[in-house]
Ligand binder design. Sequence first.
Ligand SMILES: CC(C)(COP(=O)(O)OP(=O)(O)OC[C@H]1O[C@@H](n2cnc3c(N)ncnc32)[C@H](O)[C@@H]1OP(=O)(O)O)[C@@H](O)C(=O)NCCC(=O)NCCS
Length: 157
Amino acid sequence: MASEAPRRACPQIRRARPEDAPRLAEILEDSPETVKWLPTDTAADTSLAGTLLLVSESPQEITGFLLARQAADEAEILNIAVRRANRRTGVATALLLYALKELRARNATRLFLEVRQSNAPAIAFYCRHGFCQVGKRPAYYRQPSEAALVFERKLTG
Ligand SMILES: CC(C)(COP(=O)(O)OP(=O)(O)OC[C@H]1O[C@@H](n2cnc3c(N)ncnc32)[C@H](O)[C@@H]1OP(=O)(O)O)[C@@H](O)C(=O)NCCC(=O)NCCS
């Protein structure tokens, strides 16, 4: 019996526009694992120095977003989330690869992020993409209280 082919998306990645805000809020609302960083605030002003807000698009809809910021040669992923129905199809990978290219072009050399220690899917995603754990912040998150794991990926070499 033929095995089912893996679902792979080929999303278009672009910078967010202000009119994307409601769709980003929906994705955030449906992602309780993640922090409530409000990309919608940032969408109104993606020209803010050091801010990068990307969205992934299928022909039908926005499927995910990535929010990062950069200061000098250090960058941080503040949030990344994918519409539940579109997960495990490569959407976050496409967003991350686009962001890595952008951040390198802006001379970032180190990329950091924090993640709840119980967020196994996100941790698996980051490890798959070459991030290494470099720290732990006990009781960093609230509701529920939980440690943050700090991950880093070098952007050089
Ligand atoms: C974490 C998240 C962004 C991953 O998005 P995604 O589009 O599903 O990820 P991808 O399809 O690009 O996955 C790439 C690889 O990451 C790993 N991965 C992703 N999700 C995984 C899961 N649930 N379990 C195990 N590994 C996983 C796998 O190695 C996967 O490759 P594979 O599908 O070929 O096995 C998504 O699960 C999400 O939106 N979660 C809620 C928000 C969140 O927790 N954000 C992180 C904030 S720090």
